[in-house]
Design a protein around this ligand. Structure first.
Ligand code: ATP
Length: 535
């Protein structure tokens, strides 16, 4: 199956090339972020010397530091700060029956369709969603036009509910959404194609409506285990980390002597053969998830679902990217295994998109594994003298998506007072790849020696950089561009009175301080403790 797909989308000549035609305007920002990531060693396209492998990326020296800091913040906020949450690092390969029980073998599919002229492959539902997005744009245009016409007295709510053209557009959207819902519920692939034909959707590349039938495509990567081909068994690269937690439920509950409500947290790689992987690290085929499954008594799941919604939003808000950057999107038709589900959406450069999922997964997974394995996955409650299969509330966030969220909010181009420009990454200080750069004002007169002395002491506790090349202004710009919150500059006065200047990244303000204050000032400002306390 995968060799067939190769022809269409696995290899692209440039992994930093975007194919989504409907988001042209915003792509500029995403493109800038992508280029910045490459220039400053955050992210490179995978195997670039062979023209790259689409939707696969490598984290460079600054990228790996930032990524580790994000996962440390998540891990500590979950495991260290909650005495009823413990950790796990399960293997990527699992017994194939795991994926039968979880429903991934039979139902982890996306509907795909090919254009016969361009030979491009699309997700059928995404084609329809893009079509709906275009109708939304038409509504927006009407609103902008009317706002200009009516000025101050414009009442948007009234306009949207009464203007005949807007009403017509809204009815179109409603009717398309209803048809999609029925098609998905009935898994009716013929009707899916008919919907695409009826909506006159054409391929953005070839411009034609020459479509194949819609087919289901399983997103799991498979491979074979066993040294001799006759013994080989098909196994899958895990498409989510959650199942490693479910199959270990009893091991962990017993060995850690946990009783519901309690959680198991895990950070690890997941793999999905996404039909179209696009928008930089937003949708990849190999990515990392940070998941926590919280096991509760049946009947108490909705209270915990609300608890984790709030708690996760507080985690995001602690980062100070601004509350307007986030919103909840409640699922009206949750997946078959859930009785409630929502996404925390983030305003990426290409609009609000899912960053994290919070799902009340009922007892679906534990029950399914119990049935197929024949092993009990229950908790015995000694007080009630009964055993039950716990219900599960899950929080699941993509580490790479969180990385992109942070970068896209932090990346800023500023015009300074002297009309020069600077690019600065206003990352939360505690997560910045390096916390401080130590810079001798000049590379002579004993300044490098003094600066080295400070640098060598600091690096026991924090990630610090030493930079003596180029004029001081250029060095500050380099540190701004990678988000280093503080620069310590050693000048001639430092040699006389043991003081240094400390420069803060966002305000660019500089202050002279005694050398002995450096450690304290840094600790006060770059510590994860501040973030953890505000959750
Ligand atoms: P989407 O609707 O965007 O495909 P999903 O609903 O399938 O996502 P989940 O299965 O809930 O995603 O996975 C949890 C989290 O994992 C998502 O919120 C997202 O942050 C991350 N994630 C999922 N698929 C990918 C991917 N292909 N690349 C990067 N991150 C991903």
């Amino acid at each position: 199956m995968s060799s067939l797909i190769c022809n269409y989308f696995i290899f692209s000549s440039n992994p930093f090339l975007f194919t989504d035609m409907s988001i042209k305007e915003n792509e500029i920002t995403l493109k800038k972020i992508t280029a910045h990531c490459k220039e400053y060693g955050f992210i490179f396209g995978s195997s670039e010397i062979y023209d790259g492998l689409s939707a696969s990326y490598d984290y460079g020296p600054n990228g790996v530091l930032l990524k580790n800091n994000i996962s440390e913040f998540w891990w500590k906020s979950m495991v260290q700060m909650n005495e009823n949450i413990v950790g796990l690092d399960a293997s990527i390969f699992m017994h194939p029956k795991t994926w039968k029980a979880s429903g991934h073998v039979d139902a982890f599919n996306d509907p795909l369709i090919d254009n016969k002229d361009s030979k491009k492959r699309y997700r059928a539902d995404v084609l329809v969603e893009d079509h709906i997005a275009k109708i939304h744009l038409k509504i927006n245009k009407e609103v902008i036009k009317a706002r200009k016409q009516f000025g101050e007295s414009f009442d948007e709510t009234h306009f949207i509910s009464t203007h005949p053209r807007v009403i017509n557009y809204r009815n179109q959207i409603q009717s398309i959404e209803n048809r999609m819902k029925t098609i998905i519920a009935e898994n009716n692939l013929e009707s899916f194609k008919k919907l695409i034909i009826d909506l006159k959707i054409s391929d953005p590349v070839s411009g034609t409506k020459n479509w194949t039938d819609v087919r289901q495509f399983n997103l799991m990567f498979s491979t074979e285990i066993g040294s001799v081909s006759e013994d080989a068994h098909t196994i899958y690269l895990r498409p989510e980390t959650a199942q490693g937690i479910f199959v270990n439920f009893s091991n962990i509950q017993k060995s850690s002597r946990m009783k519901p409500p309690f959680g198991i947290a895990q950070i690890g790689k997941a793999f999905r053969n996404e039909i179209i992987a696009r928008q930089f690290i937003f949708r990849m085929r190999e990515f990392e998830q940070m998941e926590m499954q919280f096991f509760v008594k049946p009947g108490e799941e909705m209270q915990w679902y609300e608890h984790w919604k709030l708690k996760r939003m507080r985690w995001h808000n602690a980062l100070g990217l601004g509350p307007k950057k986030y919103r909840f999107h409640e699922h009206l038709n949750p997946a078959h295994y859930a009785n409630a589900a929502c996404d925390i959406e983030f305003e990426f450069p290409m609009g609000f998109k899912e960053l994290e999922g919070i799902h009340s997964r009922t007892d679906f997974d534990l029950t399914a594994h119990e049935k197929l394995s024949g092993k009990k996955l229950r908790y015995f409650d000694p007080q009630e003298n009964e055993s039950y299969i716990p219900y599960v509330v899950e929080t699941s966030i993509g580490l790479d998506r969180m990385f992109l969220a942070l970068l896209s909010a932090a990346y800023q181009e500023e015009v300074l007072e002297d009309n020069s420009k600077r690019i600065v990454l206003k990352l939360p200080a505690a997560l910045a790849p390096s916390k401080v750069a130590v810079l001798p004002l000049m590379n002579k007169d004993g300044l490098p020696e003094k600066a080295q002395e400070i640098f060598k002491e600091l690096k026991f506790d924090i990630t610090a950089q030493y930079d003596a090349k180029d004029a001081i202004g250029r060095r500050y710009r380099r540190q701004d561009a990678v988000g280093t919150p503080f620069c310590i500059t050693v000048d001639h006065q430092s040699l006389k009175d043991d003081t240094v200047t400390i420069r803060e990244r966002d305000s660019m303000k500089q202050k002279r301080i005694p050398k002995t204050d450096i450690q304290r000032i840094l600790e006060e400002n770059i510590n994860l403790k501040g973030l953890l306390k505000s959750i």
